[in-house]
Design a protein around this ligand. Structure first.
Ligand code: CP
Length: 320
């Protein structure tokens, strides 16, 4: 595997899930695979889970790891070609990428949506440059539009905790004080569409996700109706994807607190498990009661980030 950004990059999901379970049972089984290989993890944005779990995954495989916080100690990077660099940006990404690539074998990049232009964000201008100019395998550690390591961990968690063959999984929008990207819901929708689940998306009107990710998934604007009989409830905020009105891209269209996931909505589910990628704002996205309940999976879900990252790095090492 040379690039990891989509569920399609993994091949058959049953094989990937089997591999994940094998690694979970013995996470050091492939310690020799990464000997004398280096993973470079580049963060343009903050992280707790992705940083720690991906480092741990690389160490599970015997790799050396370098972590770079671009905004803390590195030269400020220009990302646009043709700019006269007379401002505060000292280095261009077009030199920085091949230099960074010369020190490693595999590169992970986190670079969020900037909300300056829907076109730039959805074209993945930063990540595409890493793919084009690094000459190394590149995996997405949350980009402008996708968060595949999270969705793979989510799928592993659903596989572990499902109580019927084909569970009902509901992705629900929930309110948040800041405008957040669509990376997590985009990837979650893409991965659930590929998985053997009954998938429903619920959000206020105007928050329609990009068709390339949501596909033919059922969209239900009545949150209570969507929650009926659900086995898993996955909560997340996202800002306007600009699908129906491009001029609204990245805007907050609603802060309706009746969408906060509480016992009121969970009561109509099939005793659903609660999921969220974290970090989560309590009593905005979800009430204390729900996130602390025995049906909440937020901690095992985060723990599975180590497993999803180990599978992905293993596949990349095998392809070197
Ligand atoms: N879920 C997730 O990616 O967490 P971090 O932003 O802390 O890495």
């Amino acid at each position: 595997m040379r690039v990891f950004r989509s569920v399609k990059d993994l091949g058959p999901l049953d094989v990937a899930l089997k591999e994940a379970m094998e690694i979970k049972a013995d996470r050091y089984k492939y310690q020799e695979l990464g000997k004398n290989k280096t993973a470079l993890l580049i963060f343009f944005n903050n992280s707790l889970r992705t940083r720690l779990s991906t480092q741990k995954a690389a160490m599970n495989l015997g790799m050396n790891v370098i972590v770079l916080d671009v905004n803390q100690g590195a030269w400020k990077l220009e990302t646009e070609r043709g700019v006269v660099m007379d401002g505060d940006k000292s280095e261009h990404l077009l030199e920085a990428i091949p230099v960074m690539a010369s020190y490693c074998d595999i590169i992970g990049v986190r670079s969020f949506a900037r909300f300056e232009s829907r076109e730039d964000d959805y074209q993945e201008k930063i990540l595409e440059q890493f793919i084009q100019y690094s000459g190394k395998p590149v995996f997405f550690m949350e980009s402008a539009t996708v968060h595949p390591l999270q969705s793979f961990a989510d799928l592993i968690t659903i596989e572990e905790y499902k109580e019927c063959k084909r569970p009902k999984v509901v992705l629900t929008w929930a309110p948040h004080p800041k405008a957040l990207p669509q990376a997590v819901p985009n990837s979650f929708a893409e991965w659930m569409n590929a998985a053997d689940v009954d998938f429903v998306v619920t959000h206020p009107e105007g928050y329609e996700l990009d068709p390339q990710f949501v596909g033919d998934a059922r969209v239900e604007y009545d949150q209570m109706k969507a929650f009926e009989g659900a086995d898993f409830v996955y909560a997340k905020n996202w800002s306007c994807p600009g699908v129906t009105r491009p001029e609204d891209y990245g805007k907050i269209l609603s802060q309706d607190m009746s969408w906060t996931v509480s016992e009121r909505q969970m009561a109509v589910t099939n005793n659903a498990h609660f999921m969220h990628c974290l970090p989560v704002r309590r009593n905005m996205i979800v009430t204390d009661d729900v996130i602390e309940s025995p049906r909440s999976l937020v901690i095992p879900e985060a723990a599975n980030r180590e497993i999803s990252a180990t599978v992905v790095l293993k596949r990349m090492l095998e392809a070197l």
